[in-house]
Design a protein around this ligand. Structure first.
Ligand code: HSE
Length: 290
């Protein structure tokens, strides 16, 4: 049996839209066995009610892409998914399914794809690399498409940092969250994000949390997405007041993630209460970077 463990991820980290992400200590497991015939898919944990058990399953579809690429024809497959990552909440659940399928299928087919091949295939299935690269490489990863390939650079998350995540109890499809974005942005907004993403990478690398609040601000996606996440702006403000160093929408949302070096329970409680005061049920998690 092949068993692959894939971490949750938080993309963008505020200003790094589609190019910056971090892996979190919360995992999905994909088990894959070749059987004489047919397709069986079992799901336990998160998404049990919603995840397809047939050829529409994302783990299966991603595995198929590998089998086609390396020309491997399994007789039949049994797939077991043990999920801890909340589905469609901005924590990389679809990436975990894609990576789990791609890596498990690659191992079953003899391991011919390199890590680089795996990251580029998974990114092309996902449409952007900022969850995929940290899910495979761990830590914080900067990903840039250049010269026809994806270039990744990993940095170690700073010591002592924790991610406090408020996870609303409604799903938000990434497509819906991308459909509200403009096709062009103002030059001043581009400059706003450029300075902050540079500051953010330097601050994370140096373990200097003093400017994270400023460094995690964003003008390219969050303002447009706030209409999809009731109470988002108030949760961002409340987390900072409770002691978070920086706070942002996690990926495409609807989860909000705060980076902190203390006061974790207080920050979690305040974020959860603020969502609830705005009519959004939610749960909170305190996670280490992975
Ligand atoms: N960078 C992507 C977005 C991440 O914000 O749409 C989606 O998980």
């Amino acid at each position: 049996m092949i068993r692959v463990q894939v971490p949750a991820t938080t993309a963008n980290l505020g200003p790094g839209f589609d190019c910056l992400g971090m892996a979190l200590e919360l995992y999905n497991i994909v088990e894959l066995v070749q059987v004489p015939y047919g397709l069986t898919i079992e799901v336990t944990g998160e998404g049990t009610a919603d995840i397809p058990r047939d050829v529409d399953n994302l783990v299966f579809k991603s595995a198929q892409r590998v089998f086609e690429q390396v020309d491997f024809k399994p007789t039949g497959l049994k797939i077991r998914l043990i999920n801890q990552i909340p589905v469609a909440r901005g924590l990389g659940s679809s990436t975990a399914a894609i990576i789990g399928g791609v890596i498990a299928a690659n191992l079953l087919a003899g391991g011919r794809l390199s890590l680089k091949d795996i990251i580029s295939l998974a990114s092309s299935i996902e449409g952007h690399p900022d969850n995929v690269a940290p899910a495979v490489l761990g830590g914080i990863v900067i990903s840039v498409q250049a010269d026809g390939e994806l270039k990744n650079m990993k940095i170690q998350p700073p010591q002592g940092i924790r991610c406090v995540v408020a996870v609303p109890d409604f799903i938000l499809a990434t497509k819906t969250s991308r459909d509200v974005l403009p096709s062009q942005v103002a030059f001043q907004d581009a400059i706003f994000n450029l300075g902050r993403v540079a500051l953010l990478v330097a601050a994370l690398q140096r373990g200097d949390f003093s400017l994270l609040g400023t460094a995690m601000e964003d003008h390219l996606h969050q303002p447009f997405r706030s209409v999809l996440v009731p109470g988002m702006k108030k949760v961002l403000a409340a987390a900072k007041l409770a002691g978070a160093r920086g706070v942002t929408l996690s990926g495409a949302g609807p989860s909000v993630i705060a980076l902190a070096d203390g006061n974790f329970d207080l920050i979690a409680r305040v974020m959860g209460d603020t969502f609830r005061q705005n009519g959004v049920k939610c749960r909170t998690l305190v996670l280490k970077p992975s």
